[in-house]
Design a protein around this ligand. Structure first.
Ligand SMILES: Nc1ncnc2c1ncn2[C@@H]1O[C@H](COP(=O)(O)OP(=O)(O)OP(=O)(O)O)[C@@H](O)[C@H]1O
Ligand SMILES: [Mg+2]
Length: 229
């Protein structure tokens, strides 16, 4: 999708802006977002599906305005949170993935089919009847990802999806993300996930301060962190 952010400044409840003067167009398949804690990354990510609507300026996705067409935007933009527990809503794995497909006019059999193939595609084959809350952290993250992907979004926004995971599970999620046909915006502190990305944005102090290749942007970020101490 073409992500078009124009003249965005945003503060929560009219408070001090946490994003300032942001104008950017993004259409690459793999976009990374890095920067210090509190620099505005999650606020930016949430703007991409209308979870946060900018106080000033506009955010459009393929021409859909998040402020006026939030529902259509959310129909095409999937969002994965850091904490999968925030996203898992149903008792069993299969029910949770099936829940994403409600209100689509699909038959029970069609839903079951789609759920089964989605689980198989993301390392959860045979776990449909498993209580969702008893999964390991990594399995929960895969479940949350599966429940988003089953809706076939055009763009997947992920806010630190590997932060709570051990290295093996983080790799599992990273591998799943690498193989996706979808466009991905990934906010992360795990810089090694971004090596193959097309473009990496660096936020600092509520502003976009660098926009470039993974190696350039990571170098810029590390430099910022060195000078901040
Ligand atoms: N819902 C909210 N209400 C009020 N302030 C908020 C809200 N969400 C974020 N903020 C503030 O906005 C600023 C930027 O937060 P944001 O979550 O975007 O940072 P971040 O770059 O994602 O940081 P981190 O790396 O710690 O996740 C912070 O000062 C935070 O306190
Ligand atoms: Mg954040």
């Amino acid at each position: 999708m073409l992500i078009d952010v124009r003249d965005v400044t945003h503060g929560f409840d009219g408070g001090t802006p946490v994003l300032r003067d942001l104008t950017i167009r993004l259409e690459e398949p793999r976009i990374g977002v890095i920067g210090a804690n509190g620099s505005g990354k999650s606020t930016f990510a949430r703007m991409l599906n209308g979870l946060v609507v900018p106080e000033h300026g506009t955010v459009t996705l393929d021409g859909l305005d998040t402020a006026r067409q939030g529902r259509q935007v959310r129909g095409r933009v999937g969002f994965c949170f850091t904490d999968p527990d925030a996203q898992i809503v149903m008792p069993t794995v299969a029910e949770d993935v099936g829940f994403s497909l409600r209100r689509r006019g699909l038959s029970k059999a069609e839903i079951a089919d789609r759920v089964d193939s989605a689980l198989a595609a993301h390392g959860l084959a045979g776990r449909g009847a498993h209580p969702a809350h008893l999964l390991s952290g990594g399995q929960k993250q895969l479940l949350a990802l599966t429940a988003v992907l089953v809706t076939e979004p055009d763009l997947l926004v992920m806010d630190e999806p590997t932060t709570l995971l051990d290295i093996r599970n983080a790799r599992r999620v990273a591998d799943a993300v690498r193989d996706l046909p979808q466009q991905v915006v990934l906010v992360t502190h795990h810089l090694d996930l971004l090596t193959d990305f097309d473009r990496v944005l660096v936020f600092d102090n509520s502003r976009l301060v660098h926009d470039g290749s993974p190696s350039d942007s990571i170098a810029h970020y590390l430099d910022l962190m060195d000078h901040d101490r």
